[in-house]
Structures are given as C-alpha cells and as structure tokens.
Design a protein around this ligand. Sequence first.
Ligand SMILES: [Zn+2]
Length: 279
Amino acid sequence: MADYNAIDRLTAQLSRAQSAASERQADVAGRLHRARRVVVLSGAGISVASGIGTYRGAGGLWENPELLEAHQVGSLPDSLPIIWSVKGPMRARALAARPNPAHMALVKLESQLVGRGGRLTIITQNIDGLHQRAGNTEVLEMHGSMMRSRCYDRTCSLKPFEDTYAPPAGEVPICPRCQVQPLRPDVVLFGEALPWSVISAAEFALHQADVLLVVGTSGAVSSATTTIDSAAAYGVYCVLINKEPWDHPHPHVNETLLGSAEEVLPRLVFLAAAQAGAA
Ligand SMILES: [Zn+2]
C-alpha cells in the first residue's frame, strides 16, 4: 500500500523548495529593478541554446590534449593550421547561429536600465559575437573575438579586422597587408594576457555597479573568479545563474539561481519589468 503520508510530506517539501526558489528570484528581480548600473559576466553557458557548445567538461574542446596544446601561445606559429581548423568551422557555426532568449533578455534589461538613466555592461568570455548581434551596445570581450582576424606579426600595420572568412581545413590565411605572415584569429590563447583595455573598462564598470550577474560560466575559468573578487571589493551584490552549482562555491557570491540562462534570465527581466510597472 502506498505511503500517502510520505507522499504528502514529499509534496510539501517540494512546494516549499519551489516557493523559496521563486522568492529568491523575486528578490534578485527587485534588485535589478532598483539598480542603475548592472554588469553581466557571461560565459559559454549563455550560447549553448544558440547551438554553440562549451569548451570545458565532457565532450568539450579542451578534453582533447592536442587541441589544448595547440591553443597555448608557446605553440605558435606552428599550431596555426590546427587553430584555424578549429576556429574556421566555429566561425561558420557562429555566423549561422542566432541569439537565444538569454541574449534577448539582456537587450531588454539594457533598455530598462537606459530608460531610467542607467547602464548595462556585458563582460563576456565568449568569442562568438552573439551579444552584439542581439543588440547590446556595451560588450567587453575578455577573450577576444573569433569574428576578427589579425596579423601574426605584431609589428605589421594591419589592425585587427572583422572577418567572416572560414578557411577550409589545412588552410592558413595570409595577411593581406604584409603578404608574408599568417593571420591568426583575434582571440586570447592560453598563456596570453587578457587585453588591457578590456580589463580596465571592466574594472571601471564593476566599480560603479549595483549588481553583478554571473551567467553560464564555470568557477574553473579564472576570469570569472577574479571578476567576482573585484565586484566584492566594490561592495557589488553578486548573483550566479548557472545550470549547476560550482564545485567550489565562491565566498563572494551572494545568491545562486540554478537553471539554464535561457530560462532564468527572461524570467528575471520580466519580473523586474513587472515591478517597474507596479511601482
Ligand atoms: Zn601582416
């Protein structure tokens, strides 16, 4: 015979957990509604629903030691054929991809903030250009962009340029300016410093922020933890939105909302707008 009391207890527990989760969501939405300056740090998880896979974890690109080695700065320029054989198809996929509801929610959030004299800054670890294509105006690309190329030779006068050419496997494009050196994707490889202009702009935005949303990134990416550290130093309220909790929870994350970016972000932005309407 079924233990109806146990089922009742379980149902009650579940409903308490659900209402606690929606209260926490409403609290974050309230903070977004009251905020003037919001910073979003986005990682690969935000682009999954657009069909762009994550690099880390099972099946990720960095599971392959040969690819990992090729993307170390010390492996250049010999590894450029491998790098292009990865980045060429990725470029083609990113061009074919469309921003998903998570990207679009951030466009709405920006327009809510701008409407009351505020500002949204997106610091992204992604190199797919989807935030800009969605329509966000202030996007800081921490790890560069696969939609740009530059000359391998830093002394060449060619500046990084928008490039949609996806070379076929085995082809390494040559610099159109010096016509000698190979081109490389304008992305940050392992062992390379993050672009200083991006880091200083991110620091400035964090300094002025009320809320930091950390979306779809793993605590294993050092730029995520250092961004949270900076935010904490400025007293910014930090919310993590991720499919699963981090293996090593960051002590300065004030709230964690579990779920996919494309589910959680649209709901939060909708709730923030509803509070504005009710105010
Ligand atoms: Zn050149």
